[in-house]
Design a binder for this molecule. Structure first.
Ligand code: AP5
Ligand code: MG
Length: 295
């Protein structure tokens, strides 16, 4: 109730009272109106991915990666990925900054498909697929898997019907400039780039205390958000890369790439303080997304 009132006030601020008065969040009409707004905004502002490099007559990407990445993207993909009206959100941040925790809430609120590249890769490792076999050693050591292993997986997944129809929430991708360029080259357009800011000192503590419920996928922390009952506690699992030693490697990888990735989305970036309470972080993200989409 409190959140709804706050949302109404913010929407009014952005001149969207008509929209706000016609829906309640999570209702079908809310999603329909949201989708309409997203479409209108794209029509009005122009789709950044449709900007064409006049010299090469291809979608614009940075020159440094053009030659290496163009071979990885089929030209038909650009067309297939253009026709969507659901929200397309990237959530980024350091290891344990709260991406997965926030995605649980954002995906419900905006009815989008949640795609975590970490989860996709862990599933591939568990199923011993070719991708899993290639990724395992990198993940176990806390290093990033090579760009050419992950780019194809994400591109193909975004091209599936559910993502095209509902929109998506991309968690943990892109993590390098080359991955961001590959997205742009595939014609993937993004509405918001959310970045969760959390100081490194807080992250180690979050990593070592994290547990996951294999039944529901819910993320817990033994101190900050402990499981609700003993049954859940008994079945919780801990990720093999959630150790103090490995998080140092993961953090180094993050810091080596973060500026380059953020730089690719400076016009749509939203910086959020990820050190606040999870519910406060969610509220800040919602307000920022709606301000951006309805502006
Ligand atoms: P991935 O699984 O994506 O790991 P990550 O980026 O290191 O992020 P995490 O999942 O660890 O953290 P999170 O931000 O989701 O935090 P969470 O919400 O769980 O990737 C794993 C590996 O796969 C990589 O190292 C790499 O090898 C590979 N990989 C994946 N994508 C790749 C790519 N694109 N390219 C190359 N390689 C790739 O929260 C963490 C803990 O904090 C939880 O216990 C939670 O309860 C707690 N918490 C959350 N929010 C708060 C809060 N506000 N206050 C207090 N505690 C909180
Ligand atoms: Mg995660």
């Amino acid at each position: 109730m409190k959140n709804s009132i706050l949302l109404l006030l913010v929407l009014e601020l952005f001149g969207c009272l008509t929209l706000a008065s016609t829906f309640t969040p999570h209702s079908k009409s809310y999603f329909a109106q949201l989708s309409l707004r997203v479409k209108e905004r794209r029509d009005k502002k122009g789709d950044p991915c449709k900007k064409i490099d006049q010299r090469t007559n291809t979608p614009f990407i940075s020159k440094s990666n053009h030659m290496t990445l163009s071979s990885k993207v089929r030209s038909t993909d650009s067309k297939q990925l253009e026709d969507k009206s659901g929200l397309r959100i990237i959530i980024s941040g350091a290891p344990a900054s709260g991406k997965g925790t926030q995605c649980e809430m954002i995906k419900e609120k905006y009815d989008v498909v949640h795609l975590s590249t970490g989860d996709m890769l862990r599933a591939a490792v568990a199923a011993r697929t070719d991708v899993g076999i290639q990724a395992k050693d990198y993940m176990d050591s806390g290093n990033l898997v090579p760009d050419d292993v992950i780019i194809g997986i994400v591109r193909d997944r975004l091209n599936e019907d559910d993502c095209k129809q509902k929109g998506w929430l991309l968690d943990g991708f892109p993590r390098t400039a080359a991955q961001a360029d590959a997205l742009a080259e595939a014609g993937v357009c993004v509405d918001c780039f959310i970045f969760l800011n959390v100081a490194d000192e807080a992250l180690v503590d979050r990593v070592v205390g994290r547990r996951t419920d294999p039944l529901t996928g819910k993320i817990y922390h033994m101190t900050y958000s402990p499981p609700e009952d003993e049954d859940i506690t008994a079945r919780l699992t801990q990720r093999s890369d959630d150790t103090e030693e490995k998080v140092k490697v993961r953090l180094a990888q993050f810091h080596a790439n973060v500026d380059a990735v953020k730089g690719k989305y400076s016009d749509i970036a939203i910086d959020i303080d990820g050190s606040a309470k999870p519910t406060d972080v969610t509220s800040a993200i919602s307000l920022a997304i709606e301000a951006q989409v309805f502006s």
